[in-house]
Design a protein. Sequence first.
Lengths: 113, 114
Amino acid sequence: DAGITQSPRHKVTETGTPVTLRCHQTENHRYMYWYRQDPGHGLRLIHYSYGVKDTDKGEVSDGYSVSRSKTEDFLLTLESATSSQTSVYFCAISAVSSGNTIYFGEGSWLTVV
Amino acid sequence: DQQVKQNSPSLSVQEGRISILNCDYTNSMFDYFLWYKKYPAEGPTFLISISSIKDKNEDGRFTVFLNKSAKHLSLHIVPSQPGDSAVYFCAAGTTQGGSEKLVFGKGMKLTVNP
């Protein structure tokens, strides 16, 4: 158990509506990540955080924003959901910046209709 | 351009036999590698890793082999068990870069038949 809780675990939303996914960790790790997993693409990084209020873009950041106001919480927001954002979203954490294992949460399944 | 490739999308083996999952990479700067296992409706879980200073790392039934000259790594599972049936992802990164630069393969589905 990596001490990561994602919410909601499942959500169906309509195109054009805003959606926020929450990642909460109990490990006090500095680094947090949001990935999406899609068939044929594996795991792709959306955004990451290297500390409170410190975030940066990943490989597929368009259409997403993030915020980290506390060490334990990392929020992913879809400002205006599109069908292409239907996916499984995984939060991950790591204790150090590099050369280390990252640990994943259980995932949030998002369907945009 | 895929930097980490898992060229076989699936593998089926009999219980008790060896499972060999392959992964190729193109970036010679990668110097540490990880394998994750993912069950349906769950998040990926870390399985085993290897640094480029080694060519083999073993943990119970799982062994990862690294061939730097061929830019190839493989995961061996011996003996395979039905509970090993899952999707396996390999990932590669550099100790000079951050973990945000980890690159994942597309995954390979392993089915172990009883």
